[in-house]
Write a protein that binds this ligand. Structure first.
Ligand code: FUB
Ligand code: ZN
Length: 601
């Protein structure tokens, strides 16, 4: 599977060319990559840099570099991975334990702070880096480091042990590691961790046990709650365990939690998290646009979880979710040059923010992307997702291929019975909705090509042999004995549409949003106050304009600032044409105000 052009190819390219190097420069400069050799060389406490989980950022970048090496091997990338691996290996203890933050004479003892120490979280990211490296370059030293670390986890936390990590991650990582190595013990350990959570074994904290998802056992919970990334990673691990062990009850429980979370605790962009203090979900329908937290990592984790549920259930709505989060959280978070990013993704910026300087501490909610934050989990996380994005586009099953996400891409695979199958996809999605699919390999006997028709795409058409067939949201399937060169085409209607909020979301009652295809649109102004005075007239539907839309609006006061996309002007109360832009494009022209949910006239 290879993305060959278009929206995501550009982002993969920038990720490989700029983001990986940018993140490494920051981590070298801050000493996070150096920690491994620093502590291995017996340094003292002042010389270890960064927070207790800085190792995880190095592992995430190694994972991203590994996927990138498989996607598009750049000169020097392989050598840099090997060099980092050697540094990491140097810090590993004889018995396999690996952390730069704990366990030496001058450090806190190993596993003495499971709630906040992040040791198992870091190990999880180490395992995922090793999975990526092994899948793209074969077995090597990183796999050995990871195997020893995973074995150590099983020895300490196995059936005779106790304890869970305050930050889930080890669960999904152990299952991925079990898939890679074929070792049952890693899967068993993941299952133990999933079942051990929810019994209040972590110390009480002012944020409550729900912050750690240690309040209710995974099987009994009804919704995702607490710290959003923790909750989503745990759910990923639980789905992985459920799938590998055939535990339908567990799968059903997590799917129900996610479905409720999606329906009641998720912003229109697919962003999750309403509370800044504990980076947490709010209660149902607590979704204020101007206080949206929607951490970028939560977006990455939502893509991971929705993809797992898609694979586990085959249900298209999970692919719709991946589509929405990719285009409205992931695409928004990273700047065009790949060198700055949003940590939190607000849906309403009231005042133009000052340009960040980099190294911002914990104020993650400003209105411009920053090159780095004291906690910079989101950039390496996005980097690993972008570098591995091709694996989200297509699945193969016994009967054929299913296309879930649309991008210029080439697919070559074999079906379950060994027949070759290949496709070439050409599209300008999400700018327009035409998707052409040409067969490039086919081994005889009928097989099916299935194309996802998103839930918003009412009026979609499938063109087969010049015949135009209306297709409903769901799967558009064509089964035949395909000949190489045959082509089908899906036409998804990209008319912009109004979207009304659930009336139970008090914070945006009386507002409307506009969407076009998978894109959430927004109004953006390069001034202070215009957006407070904006009122959208909804009597007429929005009209298409480029990759955005034009809506009729009026302003209660005269707009007096620059409008990057069209120029509202005129007397207060006079109708104006308001050009909207994709939300993912906002704040790319300097400090601005922005809103997704717009008051109606
Ligand atoms: O705790 C590690 C990471 O830092 C979390 O996943 C993010 O939410 C941030 O708190
Ligand atoms: Zn993050």
């Amino acid at each position: 599977m290879r993305i060959t052009g278009g929206f995501w190819k550009i982002r993969q390219h920038v990720n490989g060319e700029a983001t990986l190097g940018h993140a490494l420069e920051w981590m070298d400069e801050l000493g996070w990559t150096g920690n491994f050799t620093t502590v291995a060389n017996g340094a003292g406490s002042r010389e270890r840099k960064g927070r207790e989980f800085s190792d995880s950022e190095v592992y995430k970048i190694v994972e991203a570099m590994s996927w990138e090496h498989g996607r598009s091997p750049a000169a020097g990338l392989d050598a840099r991975i090997e060099a980092l691996t050697a540094d990491i290996a140097a810090a590993q203890a004889e018995d396999g334990y690996l952390s730069t933050a704990f366990g030496r004479d001058w450090q806190r003892p190993r596993h003495s702070d499971l709630a906040w120490g992040h040791e198992l979280y870091c190990t999880g990211h180490l395992l995922q880096a090793a999975v990526a490296r092994t899948r793209t370059a074969g077995e090597g030293p990183l796999l050995e480091v990871a195997r020893r670390a995973a074995d150590h986890v099983c020895e300490v936390f196995g059936l005779d042990g106790t304890g869970i990590c305050g930050h889930p991650e080890i669960e999904t990582a152990l299952v991925e590691f079990a898939r890679l190595t074929g070792e049952q013990r890693y899967l068993d350990q993941a299952a133990l961790f999933v079942d051990r959570r929810g019994h209040r074994s972590l110390p009480a904290h002012e944020f409550g046990w729900s912050y750690f998802n240690d309040d209710v056992p995974v099987r009994k919970a009804t919704v995702l709650r607490g710290h959003a990334v923790r909750s989503l990673y745990l759910a990923c691990g639980a789905v992985d365990v459920a799938v590998e062990t055939g535990d339908d009850d567990l799968l059903g429980a997590v799917a129900a939690q996610f479905d409720r979370t999606w329906a009641r605790r998720t912003h229109i962009t697919g962003g999750m998290g309403s509370r800044h203090q504990d980076e947490a979900f709010g209660e149902d329908f607590v979704l204020p646009a101007d206080r949206a937290y929607a951490e970028t990592c939560a977006g990455v984790a939502t893509v991971m979880l929705a993809q797992r549920l898609l694979l586990a259930t085959g249900e298209n709505r999970y692919a719709d979710i991946v589509d929405r989060v990719l285009h409205n959280v992931i695409a928004t978070a990273i700047d065009d040059d790949g060198r700055s990013f949003f940590y939190a993704n607000t849906l309403h910026q009231r005042t133009p923010a000052q340009p960040p300087t980099g190294g911002e501490r914990l104020d993650v909610s400003g209105g411009l992307r920053a090159p780095w934050f004291e906690v910079s989990c989101c950039l390496p996380n996005t980097a690993r997702l972008l570098a591995s994005l091709s694996s989200y586009l297509v699945t193969a099953d016994d009967t054929g291929l299913r296309l879930h996400q649309y991008a210029d891409s080439d697919v070559e695979t074999t079906l379950a019975d060994g027949r070759p199958a290949g496709l070439r996809v050409r599209t300008s999605y999400p700018d327009d909705g035409d998707v052409a699919v040409r067969v490039t390999r086919s081994g005889g006997n009928p097989w099916s090509i299935s194309l996802r028709v998103p839930e918003w795409a009412t009026g979609a058409v499938l063109v087969v042999d010049h015949e135009r067939r209306p297709v409903a949201p769901g799967d558009a399937v064509v089964t035949r004995d395909w000949a190489v060169g045959e082509e089908i085409r899906l036409e998804l209607p990209m008319r912009p549409r109004f979207t009304w909020p659930d009336p139970r979301i008090d914070a945006v009652r009386g507002c409307v949003a506009v969407e076009r295809g998978p894109l959430v649109l927004c109004a953006e102004s390069l001034g202070e106050s215009d957006l407070d005075a904006l009122r959208v007239c909804t009597g007429h539907g929005p009209e298409p304009s480029g990759d955005g839309a034009v809506v009729r609006a009026r302003f209660d006061a005269s707009p007096d600032s620059a409008w990057p996309y069209g120029e509202p002007s005129g007397r207060p109360g006079a109708p104006v044409a308001l050009h909207l832009t994709p939300y993912h494009r906002w704040a790319r022209r300097g400090p601005s105000t922005m809103r997704v949910w717009m008051p109606t006239a």
